[in-house]
Design a protein around this ligand. Structure first.
Ligand SMILES: Cc1ncc(COP(=O)(O)O)c(C=O)c1O
Length: 425
């Protein structure tokens, strides 16, 4: 496997030329030139309403259709008729849950994780509307000496599957803990258990927003029904893409689109109104960008190269934070501290002990120094932070440093130098 040509990678992002260290990528990545070009080109040359028969209209429709081809590739969907776009992942999950109203009955059980609220709230509201019961798959500490080393155990998920389980809503990767959920294995275990206990219909929804920048999604291999990612976290602009398995589109989803539109079996059932044409066309630029990363010209190779480079970023950062010296100082990694492929370089921590430092103050010290962008808070994984063991201050949350493949080891070393200064207080 050929590694990333990091100079070439960085040259694809105009914003990186400033030398500013972007380390809040789990909040949103920088935008690749290819995406910017497509948005500008769409608005400059083909900005008309879709579906018209005049030449520019035909071209415009084709350009928006390119966005669906890209989303189908990125999800590895069986067909472009299983994907669509919307303004945000949050909105798309809400649309999916609303469109499921007619297929949920009182007493059905939903299993959800307390990760980002986007894949929680819509299910909780749907449960309330329909009288369904919500159960939680909660993380547990992985390391004895660190109660914040939270991780999910598949056996805990399987143990709460019953004959009434209807929806399982999990995330591909935690935007706080940085751990990758082995989705394929978890879903296989859930479906096996569901079969044993006689659950007639279990559908699985996976939030891939924090997963998609780092690893390749495979909705078919994972055997899932609903999936969403945000384009602005995978080097694109501010919109989001959804996948709904064709069987769910046919039999679970009731259209929430205009009553006179012909949407049977089509993703337009939940793609209400225009999806932001220039952004959908822009999203099609993510694929050529990713393919440009390695000579193999396939997404598997690109994501393998991304994962390999990201491990080299994770290593110095996590090694520093989990070191005995920092442990004694009061630093606790929130998440596991294994440096392997089970994790992405989204690293959260808190500083407790004799000389605690508020997350807010760690970030303020970085901001005062300048040149590096990191953040603190609950990052909308409100319930995870509120229920963490022992409890974190919900208003202060964690410090999160989140890197992606365009970051460099030199940048991470600079971040670690600043952390050393802050923690020396
Ligand atoms: C894991 C996760 N899910 C969902 C979202 C929500 O994404 P959007 O801004 O597209 O609604 C985020 C945003 O930070 C996220 O990190």
């Amino acid at each position: 496997m050929v590694g990333l040509d990091i100079d070439k990678v960085r040259a694809s992002f105009p914003s990186l030329r400033s030398g500013y260290i972007y380390a809040d990528n789990a909040g949103g990545s920088q935008t690749a030139q290819e995406v910017i070009n497509r948005i500008v080109d769409y608005l400059s040359n083909t900005n008309v309403q879709l579906g018209a028969d005049y030449s520019v209209g035909v071209q415009s429709s084709q350009r928006v259709a390119d966005g669906s081809v890209a989303a189908a590739l990125l999800f590895n969907a069986a067909s472009v008729d299983e994907v669509g776009y919307g303004p945000s992942s949050t909105m798309l999950f809400e649309n999916i849950a609303r469109a499921l109203d007619n297929d949920i009955k009182s007493g059905d059980e939903f299993i959800i994780t307390e990760e980002h609220e986007a894949n929680n709230g819509p299910w909780k509201r749907l449960a309330e509307r329909r009288g369904a019961i919500v159960k939680y798959w909660r993380p547990v500490p992985a390391e004895e000496k660190n109660p914040y080393s939270l991780t999910y155990k598949t056996e805990d998920l399987v143990s709460i599957v019953t004959s009434k389980t209807r929806i399982v809503a999990i995330s591909g990767c935690s935007n706080i803990l940085g751990t990758i959920n082995p989705v394929e294995a978890s879903v296989k275990a859930v479906r096996q258990r569901a079969k044993e206990v006689g659950a007639p219909k279990v559908e699985v929804s996976v939030d891939c927003v924090a997963y998609a920048p780092h690893r390749k999604i495979d909705v078919q291999k994972w055997d899932i029904d609903y999936c969403v990612f945000a384009v602005y976290k995978i080097y694109g602009a501010h919109n989001a893409a959804f996948y709904i398995r064709s069987s769910a589109l046919e039999s679970s989803i009731t259209s929430i689109a205009h009553h006179f539109l012909q949407v049977d079996g089509k993703p337009y059932k939940i793609q209400v109104g225009g999806p932001g044409y220039e952004l959908v066309h822009g999203a099609s630029g993510v694929v050529p960008y990713l393919l440009s990363l390695t000579p193999e010209n396939n997404l598997d190779a690109s994501f393998a190269a991304i994962a390999e480079h990201e491990q080299s970023l994770l290593d110095p950062l996590l090694s520093f934070l989990k070191d005995e010296k920092q442990y004694d100082r009061g630093v606790r990694v929130v998440g596991t501290s294994e440096i392997d492929l089970s994790r992405v370089p989204t690293v959260s921590f808190t500083v407790i002990g004799q000389k605690p430092i508020k997350s807010k103050d760690v970030v303020a010290a970085f901001d005062k120094k300048g040149g590096i962008g990191i953040r603190y808070g609950h990052f909308y994984a409100y319930s995870l932070i509120a229920n963490a063991i022992p409890k974190l201050d919900i208003n202060d949350g964690v410090v999160r440093i989140s890197l992606v493949h365009y970051n460099t080891v030199e940048e991470v070393n600079k971040i670690v130098e600043t952390l050393k200064e802050v923690l020396a207080q």
